[in-house]
Design a protein around this ligand. Structure first.
Ligand code: HEM
Length: 165
């Protein structure tokens, strides 16, 4: 990864991001705003599954309302994340915490896609008071925890010692 980081740091795009000091803080701000949209839509769906909020919506209606926000916000996270990687490649590509975050994120996104697929296949599964089932409660709690771990890892990237370029 060191060679890729070194090559990226020498590209025009990276040099431009490094020179214009307003880009990284602005992009990080958009990254954090998008992350809050991901988290709130995930929380709302989780609370609906547990029958703690939004009970006047069917599960399909709740998913139709919140999932698009999550997928679009994740796309913004991907684009802003790529800009941050191009701008400061040595800070991320050689950073074990960054790769931990990406691994956690892959699991969290796969879980969200899996949920959407099960809902499409059998909306009834999620309508028969899912919150009453212990497994579902454990799944929802684990999913909350997973997304929180993505955030902690994201924040910890800056505090992980990475060998200088
Ligand atoms: C979709 C792909 C994503 C990529 C490629 C990505 C990449 C990055 C990068 C490169 C940083 C900057 C790290 C640094 O230099 O300190 C960062 C920061 C961060 N990311 Fe992501 N990220 C993604 C998605 C997410 C998601 C979905 C969340 C939360 C749900 C998240 C939460 C954070 C947090 C909390 C920070 C620290 C922000 C700060 O303190 O300024 N990221 N991310």
């Amino acid at each position: 990864m060191g060679a890729l980081a070194e090559w990226l740091a020498g590209t025009q795009a990276s040099l431009a991001i490094q020179d214009m000091l307003w880009i990284v803080p602005t992009v990080q701000t958009v990254h954090i705003l998008a992350m809050s949209v991901v988290m709130s839509s995930m929380f709302m769906i989780g609370l609906r599954i547990l029958n703690l909020a939004g009970g006047y919506h069917t599960m399909t209606e709740a998913a139709r309302r919140f999932l698009p926000w999550m997928w679009w916000a994740l796309a913004v996270n991907l684009i802003t994340g790529l800009v941050l990687i191009i701008g400061e490649p040595w800070r991320t590509l050689n950073n074990p915490t960054f790769w931990l975050k990406m691994a956690l994120l892959a699991v969290a996104v796969a879980a969200a896609a899996g949920f959407e697929r099960t809902l499409r296949r059998d909306a009834g599964f999620w309508e028969r008071r899912p919150g009453d089932r212990k497994t579902v409660r454990v799944l929802v709690a684990t999913n909350f925890l997973l997304w929180c771990c993505v955030i902690v890892a994201g924040r910890w990237i800056a505090y992980t010692d990475v060998p200088p370029p």
